[in-house]
Write a protein that binds this ligand. Structure first.
Ligand SMILES: Nc1nc2c(c(=O)[nH]1)N[C@H]1C(S)=C(S)[C@@H](COP(=O)(O)O)O[C@H]1N2
Ligand SMILES: [Mo]
Length: 419
């Protein structure tokens, strides 16, 4: 085989290449002489890229597992409860009044949906309106706004005490008292929307439906829907309504059980006939020996919450002996708080706590109680009374129901006092 005439320029660029790959001048010349450019290049290739080892083909990262709750819910602030999360009440000890979003409990029957406001619509329809209505997010924001400060509380808040205090366990998430939060909500009065849709005098029930995967819905009476503080809210505590709390819009039905505060609302049905769905016939009804069935419902339907109070302390709490000041909250679905008393001897003697800060109807009041803590195990038991005369009662008077709704008895908060 004839070698091509050596070409100096080519040899020079070949040498540059060979030198780059770490080849000696001597090896280069030898390779060039024996096998020409091809041999040099082969030598270079070997040097530059040694036999490649098999590298694994990177597989695409698995998509992040969907989470029921989107906001951060660190253990320091929340007690996880299945797909829900309870506020640790001690986080409220140093707050001004309202529950910040970052501490607000979350209760959803499925996962928090992420809704696109560009395509979101709120429809108001049904045989109870003359003119069915469809509003975009911008339409809603343009209507006259109403701001109210009110609590949202789960009907099952306090359910664990059916077991631990009454010794009759109930089905469902075993909440202590942190399925309560108070916030400033801004939105549009539901009555204004219903009037725009031409609500008929014959309408009886109004039912919002959520856009979550289970389309959660629960009716309310027209009377409740027309109350001046029943709103379709799009803001919470001055910010855009958070995803987990119902973005783009949710119902606020003050004083009523949490389930009526439908999140991610997409449709409001107005009906001339009473509406019966799962959440007012099977769940969120009282079932038990004290409650006769009310066909088609298994028992009386829940509407309002009950008067409650809680200590903003860890559970159980540890305090040092000596003068101590405990902070707590009390709330009523009917009005303002009139009085909070506290017992530190198991309910024998009660002394008045001091109400501090705002005292807002269907929202709550902060209270403070100072006492001399003696070493040992004790309990702090608050008792709230509202301005309509509703008062918390002894555990022995708490009626039991299968699904553990509306625990309203006094709750002794366990405390260890160290000397
Ligand atoms: N669409 C929809 N709305 C819903 C729910 C739900 O699962 N889906 N849960 C209800 C229940 S049971 C409660 S207690 C409150 C809780 O509101 P929060 O998560 O903002 O605290 O939302 C209510 N609204
Ligand atoms: Mo709830």
């Amino acid at each position: 085989m004839t070698r091509a005439e050596p070409n100096e320029a080519q040899d020079e660029s070949l040498w540059a290449r060979a030198r780059q790959s770490g080849m000696s001048r001597r090896a280069f010349l030898a390779l060039l002489a024996s096998g020409g450019a091809a041999a040099v290049l082969a030598g270079c290739v070997q040097k530059i890229s040694p036999t490649p080892v098999a590298t694994p083909v990177p597989s695409p990262a698995p998509p992040p597992a969907p989470r029921p709750i989107i906001k951060p819910i660190p253990d320091a602030y929340f007690i996880p409860l299945g797909a829900n999360t309870e506020m640790r009440f001690e986080v409220m000890a140093d707050k001004a009044y309202a529950t910040p979003e970052s501490f607000f409990f979350v209760r959803g029957h499925s996962f928090t949906p992420v809704i696109d406001v560009k395509t979101w619509k709120l429809r108001i329809e049904g045989d109870g309106v003359e003119r069915p209505l469809e509003l975009s997010y911008n339409d809603l924001l343009k209507l006259p706004a109403k701001t109210v400060t009110r609590f949202v509380e789960c009907a099952g808040n306090g359910r664990s005490f059916f077991d631990t205090l009454l010794k009759k366990p109930a089905q469902g998430g075993q909440w202590r008292l942190g399925a309560y939060g108070v916030a400033e909500w801004t939105g549009v009065q539901l009555s204004a929307l219903l009037k725009r849709a031409g609500i008929k005098g014959t309408a009886v029930d109004v039912m919002p439906t959520g856009l979550d995967s289970l389309s959660i819905e629960r009716p309310m009476s027209v009377a409740k829907a027309m109350e001046e503080d029943t709103i379709v809210a799009y803001m919470m505590n001055g910010g855009i309504l958070p995803l987990d709390h119902g973005f783009p819009a949710r119902l606020i039905t003050p004083g009523w059980v949490g389930i009526n505060n439908i999140k991610w609302v997409g449709k409001i049905t107005v009906s001339e006939k009473p509406i019966f769905v799962e959440k007012n016939t099977s769940s969120y009804v009282f079932v038990g020996p004290d409650y006769p069935p009310q066909p088609p419902a298994k028992g009386p339907m829940l509407t309002t919450q009950v008067v409650k109070s809680a200590c903003a302390l860890p559970w159980p709490a540890a305090l040092t002996a000596g003068q101590q000041k405990v902070v707590g909250y009390a709330w009523s679905p009917f009005g303002k708080i009139a009085r909070v008393e506290v017992s530190i001897n198991g309910g024998g003697v009660f002394r008045d706590a001091r109400l501090t800060g705002p005292n807002i109807e269907r929202a709550g009041s902060r209270w403070e109680f100072s006492f001399d803590a003696r070493p040992g195990d004790m309990a702090i038991t608050p008792r709230a009374t509202d301005d309509k005369g509703n008062v918390q009662y002894a555990v022995s008077q708490q009626k039991w129901n299968e699904q553990g709704y509306l625990f309203g008895a006094m709750v002794p908060h366990p405390v260890k006092v160290v000397g």
